[in-house]
Design a protein around this ligand. Structure first.
Ligand SMILES: NC(=O)c1ccc[n+]([C@@H]2O[C@H](COP(=O)([O-])OP(=O)(O)OC[C@H]3O[C@@H](n4cnc5c(N)ncnc54)[C@H](O)[C@@H]3O)[C@@H](O)[C@H]2O)c1
Length: 297
């Protein structure tokens, strides 16, 4: 299975980054969005990112001005924007990066099953839903994987490649090779909740919130402990504010619903309260900390 042409559905925060790294990796890419305004916004983000990257390469002496211009032109030339799903028909791999709503994702894959050529592989960038449910909806479960990239896609080096019991090993290998060709460290994981990273990270954030709620330590001390004791770039409560309290809550609610007997999945009371109050973290100016833009108060 050779992947040459890739479709990316949704050109938002994650999708625009996936489009860009795929083009940088040498693939032809169709960037699909629901409407022209969203598409223009996503392509604009890619243009700004490519221009920033190329300037940095020139500053570091890795490229001359001419080489940088060529690189931007060639990379951008591989990307075709579209609001017509028919443009995805001959893609070898189609990656979905739309809103985190399982019903919407399932109906999208059901529709794509009838549009995109039979040999194509489908992938979802979901952070929290079972890959199998989308694979079944697509009508081609053997050609379905998870490709879970991290934010910001252009900078984060990891992609989790997720297989279900039905995934054809050749489709899995092709998807993994695609991740590697995009410059990522590709790790393989079964279709389990949170895959590797979120399965470890989210319960860790929950434990930190519960320590705070019990009054075991202050938020500053919990964060300092993990930063200076473990060498993490930020502590768990700062991280929760970065991820967004609403996103964290919605991942946990999905897990608690599906796996009520898993003790690692529980919802701290303060998380529910803060979300209900609209305190969603850095993006709203308050979560576990108060924020002014990117700065904790
Ligand atoms: N934000 C993160 O840190 C992160 C990390 C890893 C994975 N994810 C996952 O990636 C996916 C996308 O998240 P995001 O943060 O990029 O969201 P986003 O809201 O920034 O982008 C979603 C984009 O999809 C478009 N869209 C929505 N429905 C569509 C449809 N039916 N057809 C075409 N386009 C449609 C929207 O216009 C929007 O541009 C989600 O499944 C999320 O769980 C997010």
């Amino acid at each position: 299975m050779e992947i040459k042409k890739v479709g990316v559905i949704g050109c938002g925060l994650m999708g625009h980054g996936i489009v860009q790294i795929a083009a940088q990796g040498g693939f032809d890419v169709v960037a699909f969005e629901a409407d022209a305004g969203a598409l223009e916004k996503g392509l604009g983000r890619i243009d700004r990112s490519l221009s920033k990257l190329s300037s940095r390469n020139v500053e570091k002496g890795k490229m001359t001005e001419d080489q940088a211009k060529d690189w931007v032109g060639t990379t951008r030339g591989r990307i075709e924007g579209s609001t017509d799903k028919a443009a995805l028909a001959d893609c070898d791999l189609v990656i979905e990066a739309i809103v985190e709503n399982l019903d919407i994702k399932k109906s999208l894959f059901a529709e794509l099953g009838g549009i995109v050529k039979d040999s194509a592989i489908f992938a979802s960038n979901t952070s929290s839903f079972p890959i199998k449910e989308m694979a079944d909806a697509s009508g081609r479960p053997s050609q379905f994987v998870g490709l879970h990239f991290f934010n910001p896609v252009q900078l984060m080096r990891l992609v989790e490649v997720v297989r279900t019991d039905d995934t054809d090993p050749a489709a899995f290998e092709a998807a993994k090779n695609f991740g590697t060709a995009c410059g990522k460290q590709a790790v393989a994981c079964k279709d389990t909740p949170g895959f590797v990273v979120n399965r470890l990270l989210v319960p860790y954030m929950v434990q930190a919130i519960q320590m705070l709620d019990r009054g075991d330590a202050t938020k500053e001390d919990i964060d300092a402990a993990m930063q200076f004791g473990c060498g993490y770039p930020m502590g768990p409560l700062t991280l929760t504010d970065y991820v967004g309290l609403d996103t964290t809550l919605s991942i946990l609610e999905g897990w608690v619903d599906r796996y009520p007997n898993e003790p690692a999945f529980s919802i701290p009371e303060s998380l529910r309260t803060k979300v209900a109050e609209g305190k969603l973290g850095r993006k709203t100016g308050e979560g576990y900390y108060a924020w002014e833009g990117d700065k904790k108060q």
